[in-house]
Every structure is written in C-alpha cells, then in structure tokens.
Design a protein around this ligand. Sequence first.
Ligand code: FES
Length: 432
Amino acid sequence: MTTSREQSAAGHADLDEFVEVGAAEDFADGQMAGYEIGGERVLLARVDGRFYAIGGVCTHERANLDEGALCDNVVYCPLHYSAFDVRSGEVLGPPADRAAPTYAVRVEDGKVLVAVAPGGAPPGATESTQPEAGEGVREEALERALPWHARISAELDRMDWLRESADRMIAGLVPVRRRLVRTGLLDLLHGRWFGHALHPALSDLPIGLWISSLLLYLIGQPQPAAILGVAGVAAALATALTGVADWTVAEGHERRAGLMHGLLMTAALLVEAASSATYYFAGARTVAVVLSAVGLAVTVGAAFLGGHLVFGHGTMVNHTAWPPGPAQWFPTALETELDGAPGRTLAVPAGEKTVLLHRNRDGRISAIHNACSHAGAPLSLGQVCDGVVSCPWHESKFRLSDGGVVRGPAFSPQPVFEVRVRAGRIEVRSRE
Ligand code: FES
C-alpha cells in the first residue's frame, strides 16, 4: 500500500546532525513522506519495517518523489515515472540517470531521526540504533493474534534451512531455465498454450486418483486400488514438472512455501508408490491401506500450501484479471512525449491503472496494461525491442501492438486499451 504525506521537520533540529521527523509507530510499512531537512527535500520511506531516506526530488526534472508512488522498495516519480530504489537511491528506471543521495536514518526511543546532510548511510543500509521498547513483545502478541494458517506461513519464513535450500536450488535451476527458455517447453509447462497455469489444473489428477485408490482399498477392491495408486504416481510426476517450472520464477515467501509444498508432494508420491508396491509385490493389503492413507494425508498438507500460494499470494494467477481501467476516455500524455527514439514507451496513469503507451512502426499508438500479467511487474522498466516489451522481473515478453504473450512465464495477454488523440493529447479507455 502506498500513502504519501508531507511534513516539515524544520525547527526540530535538536540533535547535532539529525532531525526528528516523527514517531516510528505512525509510519506504516509501505508508507513514504517528504520533509524539508537542512534546506533540502528528503524522502523517508518504510520498507519491510526498516526506514530509508533519499533525496526527495527526482534527479530528472525536480518533481517531488513523495507525490509519486511507492511499490515495495521502488519509488516512481509522479512526472515521468523514473524509478529509484529507496534503499540505495539507485536509478532503476529512466528517464532519470543520476542516483538520488542517501541520508542516514536512526530510530531512537521510538522517534525517527534523519541526517541533515546526505551521504551518511552506506547504500542500502538503514540503521535502527535502538529497538523500540517492547517491540519484541508487541510482535509476539501480534503473531499470537494471527489465525493458524497465517502462523504456519510466518513459521515457513523463519526456517533458515528452507530459505537457504530454496535459494541454492533456484541458483542451480536458473541456468537450466535459460537453456530451455527458447525451446517452448517452459511455455508449455507454465500453461501459455492453454491460457492459464497448468500446474493447479493438473494437481487435481493425483489427488483424485489417490482418494479413489484409498476408497477402493477400503471397500475391498485392492487390485484396482493399487492400479489407481500407480496412476496417481504417474500423474504426480507430470504435475511436478509443471510445478518446478513455475517455481523457478518464484521469489521470497512464494519460493520458500513452494519448496515446502514440493517436498511434501515428493514425500506423498514416495509413500503412495510404496503403498502400491507393497500390495503388488508382497500382497500386504493392510500395510498398503495404511500407506495409502498416510500418503493422502501428506497430500492434503501439500495441497493446503498450494492453495495458500495461489489464493493467498496470487502465484501464477493473471494479475490483470480485474477491471483494467477507465470506461470513459481518459486524458494521458501529450502525443509529442512519444517522439524520439524508436521503442520509446511511456507509463501513464489512467484512472486507477497505469497504461504503457507505445508508437508502433506504422505510427499507430498502442496502449497496454503496464502491470505484467504474470506477477505485476511494471513493464515500463523493461526493455523494448522490435515492438516487444520484456518484463523486468522474469522476462515474459509481450507484443506492444496487441498485448499478446510472446514468451512466458506469463500465460495471459496484457489487456489492450483503445487509443485516440484529441488536441495533441493521447486518450485511452478500456476495451469492452
Ligand atoms: S512479473 Fe514475472 S514475467 Fe513479468
């Protein structure tokens, strides 16, 4: 969530080199504010619980960054959408080409203090010299108040071994992904050819087969039960391929929860295979039933995590599925702003959405949704080549002319907007 507020900290310079700008608890995560400090505009932002301060004026054309938008650790300028990393001041997106200065930040006695002069903090480092009194106790109380499923989710994030294993495995898989990316196999596994993610659809197969297998065991039909158990194992192997493909572009919590999901499904697959083998080779029906029930129980746990990822975190759902923009013509940029280098794009607000404008080779202006349908990255930060924009996060490619997917992991095209030019200004509206 992004909010912005403006305050003056002048007159509070009660510490040698720092000025107090407010209480830490008044600052929610994802919030930013602009202050006049030492005669300069400074932007203070809170990201993942930590405070960062950088120069508050865009290094491109002197717009106040706190009037723009903060998305995770990236602040977008309200004028031309230059992007800066609030942790380091680094430019992440043009037209700005100079980094913003950084300012040291301290939290003392619950008060946020910002250095008067820039350069005090090493890039990316925000300091909190003293934990707020009672902070640990408060966090514990907050966590106890969470529902059980959210506590499981938080527990996964605390497992260092899970994070380290996930990161190591992804590092090993990235070169494989790069080699396969041009073959079309990944697009098939992600579900691009079907218009939606393949993994959640396939995952119904092993679950259904293993439930049926257990029921058949219970009603005294061990032979078909064992056959369905083996069929479930085969279906689970195919499903796992699609899951691994999706997982190679997962990050953060999705990466950790995804690995736990995969580990549980691997365990379930082995137990179900053991169940069928026990009946086939040893004729031990009771042991086969018990193993089948255990395998199914583990599968339910894995399926819970799968649901948590899809419905709780929007993993591999179409991030442009909701109403994409204004129904009426909405004025955006001047047509002349698209002049200049070929391939130039502009990200402009249109109602609650941001639209990516581009002039095609034939001179026509096209407009597509700026948030990538895969995981919502701003396409305006990606490279444009031959009328195709590459997503800056996981390199999905979309045609700018019609939003079509050229390469996954995205499987849904970018919504396209209607465009017209009135008195030199580009207007857009969403298509029916
Ligand atoms: S956000 Fe993943 S490819 Fe765009």
